[in-house]
Ligand binder design. Structure first.
Ligand SMILES: [Mg+2]
Length: 400
């Protein structure tokens, strides 16, 4: 069976979603990212109408405003983008179980086994493009090739609202006429160095004697050449759901001070919960792990009534488990917590989880956002703060 990989990329995704939501924006130069007076902001997405003026992603808003003063600048609505992305994801799941969302608006699908059912590459692409348009009114570009590398370059070349298929054996031929900057992995520095060697297109690079590449780039020369020939073996990585998330640590010396042990446990639980929410998961089982001075290891677990991603729920469960850990009159060598029995966070309706939970979910969302920017340590509970500002665990063992 031939290996066929599909890459789908939504066209000017955020801008297109806004144009569908508000038809008055359709056909207008729209810039999503912020108002021009948001000095430090950058363009997140520019509609194709705005791109004509030279506006592109990652450009400063000030610069975008200079190039396109009559453009419509908006801050954007992430929830709508996520909603559209979910719909696209679901459509891809109908084509193949092997879907890798590479970002909110981009995915790889292993379609080798879907050929018969949909009538080959063309049938698969037609189904996806029409179904995405029917359900979201959004344009997208699809490329199908023998590997991820060529599929990705393909969709970029076929934009917007395009479709391209690259047959097995014609990877190098397809890439050859494209400018070298289109090659994944060839950053500005590499491109500059290649241009000094007289390389303009990907084909030029593929034809360069390997000795010259090795002289200029060292061993990386081999990889560059393989990429230029369209050779890649990386697999579509389907979403991987961990079975448990936990953190544990061994103390520098065995301890009897349960007050301190408890603080460390709080800290470990906070770290685990942060990781859990990052995965978009909720856990229903909380396990406390204690290793004593004689190396005997005990676990104490509690199953909650409902799955949770809230610190307070997990702390409460740990406090119920702690007395059992204290029963053995022995020094403690290691302490750990792990969360398991996962379900995807449903963003439960307040109707089911109560106003207080909904409020805490919102608080934690902001906490995590700040941590994402400034690091985990910047916001912690008062219990774990009792350990001091910079917690240095002797063995910061991470388990997944
Ligand atoms: Mg895109």
């Amino acid at each position: 069976m031939q290996r066929r990989i599909l890459h789908i990329d939504m066209d000017a995704f955020f801008a297109s979603v806004e144009q569908v939501r508000d038809p008055r924006l359709a056909g207008k130069p729209l810039i999503v990212g912020g108002a021009p007076e948001d000095r430090r902001g950058v363009v997140s997405t520019a509609s194709y109408e705005a791109r004509k003026y030279g506006v592109h992603s990652a450009m400063s808003l000030t610069e975008a405003h200079r190039l396109c003063p009559h453009g419509i600048f908006i801050r954007g609505n992430f929830e709508f983008y996520r909603e559209a992305s979910k719909k696209v994801h679901a459509i891809l799941g109908r084509v193949s179980p092997l879907v890798q969302m590479a970002s909110i608006d981009e995915a790889y699908v292993e379609v080798s086994g879907s050929q018969r059912l949909f009538g080959g590459d063309d049938g698969i692409a037609a189904f996806i493009k029409s179904e995405v348009f029917r359900q979201t009114s959004l344009p997208c570009t699809v490329a199908i090739a023998p590997n991820k590398l060529v599929a990705k370059v393909g969709s970029d070349a076929a934009k917007p609202d395009g479709y391209v298929r690259v047959a097995e054996g014609s990877e190098a031929l397809f890439l050859a006429p494209l400018p070298i900057a289109k090659l994944p992995g060839a950053g500005p520095k590499t491109c500059e160095a290649l241009e000094l060697l007289g390389v303009r297109t990907i084909g030029d690079l593929a034809a360069l004697p390997i000795s010259r590449l090795l002289a200029a780039f060292g061993p990386m020369g081999y990889a560059l050449r393989r990429t230029a020939q369209g050779v890649s073996t990386s697999a579509v990585e389907t979403e991987h759901i961990p079975k448990s998330i936990g953190r544990e640590t061994t103390f520098p010396k065995d301890l009897l001070d349960w007050k301190h042990i408890e603080r460390v446990l709080h800290y470990l639980a906070e770290k685990s919960l942060y990781a859990l929410r990052e995965e978009g998961m909720e856990a229903q089982r909380v396990t406390l792990k204690v290793r004593y001075a004689d190396f005997s290891t005990y676990t104490f677990a509690r199953t909650l009534e409902q799955p949770t991603a809230l610190d307070s729920d997990v702390f409460a469960a740990l406090h119920e488990l702690l007395p059992r850990g204290r029963e053995r009159p022995m020094r403690v060598r290691l302490i750990g917590v792990s969360l398991s029995q996962f379900t995807h966070n449903q963003h439960q309706l307040p109707l089911f989880c109560g106003q207080l939970t909904a409020k805490w979910e919102r608080v934690l969302e902001s906490v995590d956002r700040v941590r994402g920017k400034h690091g985990f340590e910047c916001l912690r509970s008062c219990q774990s703060m009792a350990l001091g500002r910079d917690v240095k665990l002797a063995t910061p063992a991470l388990s997944r």
